[in-house]
Design a protein around this ligand. Sequence first.
Ligand code: FAD
Length: 348
Amino acid sequence: SVSSYLFSSTSIPCSMRRLISTLVLGEHKGGIVKPSCLSAISAAGSICNDNSISILLAGSGPSLQKAASHAASSHPSLSQVLVADNDLLTHPLAETWADLVHFVQQKEKYSYIITSSSSFGKNILPRAAALLNVSPITDVIEISDPKVFTRPIYAGNALSTVRYNGLDPCMLTVRATSFATPTLSLKESNSTFAAISQVDLSEFTQETFGKSKWIKKSSPNTERPDLVNARVVVTGGRGLKSAENFKLLETLAGKLDAAVGATRAAVDAGFVANDLQVGQTGKIVAPELYIAFGVSGAIQHLAGMRDSKIIVAINKDSDAPIFQVADYGLVGDLFDVIPELLEKLPVD
Ligand code: FAD
């Protein structure tokens, strides 16, 4: 069968051609599957819930196998974890990943390929879609019918509903903030939902796959939580006035176990690196608590944070548009407010 050609494990359910089958592209770190992937599985579950959802995890070594075990017990809608273990996949290089997706799809013919609208997903899915010659639909926030999707346009100021009329696979990136991660009952949290299978990568070599090669990663070492998945985000805008002043936010973030975000104006002014940018052309976040200091609330910024559960804004201009989306607003000078907060918050 097609499946037995692709997979070396005997634990795979006998392959019958499925009517609808979905492959979720999964991201993992430190042996844990990222919450944004669980949201992508929830999105897949709203299209087909008949045990036909697989997640593909790639990497190498023990941390990949640990992530596979974590994935298998992470979501009740998942039926299979496909593990692509190869040194060429140790780092999630988009070009190599796209080749992997193409390779798996040639064998398995999934009807849907879904991933989250994270940097990981946005990097890989369009490349894989080009290799498969289909047009992807990005940033989906609602699935109203298996082929009808809603996605924001014009920086979130309008919603567009689109029908996919193309060939299989239908390829989607979905906003993690729009599809809930499962809350497992006590019994479920001790369950394994999915079978783990190793993808046969004997044909997967540097010569045949990927013209790109991983060389190195340069990024500031930070103990802060990941911006996209953090429960609390403290963001600074142009009102912070300098890179030096952003250190105040770092200290505050440390006390709140928060990630630090920034507006594009703050990034363009060189206060912080651009991987902290939140907004239309930055990261999309929806933490439980979003605190904005010296941020005016331009639509391009709101596009990246308006789904946050509680928004707190501190701005000295009472007419700043950020107050229109804020649950709590404080008209005041951030250089008075931040030191006062630091003083009143408990010492770590
Ligand atoms: P400003 O608009 O200058 O606001 C600074 C605020 O700080 C003001 O409201 C001021 O009252 C307040 N302030 C000043 N001093 C203090 C103080 N001492 N105490 C308290 N408050 C103070 N922007 C993004 O953020 N993310 C994006 O992804 C993004 N993408 C874009 C894409 C496009 C195509 C375009 C055209 C723009 C994009 N922008 C984006 C830019 C966006 O339009 C705004 O220019 C930007 O968000 C403004 O950043 P800001 O709020 O820090 O600065």
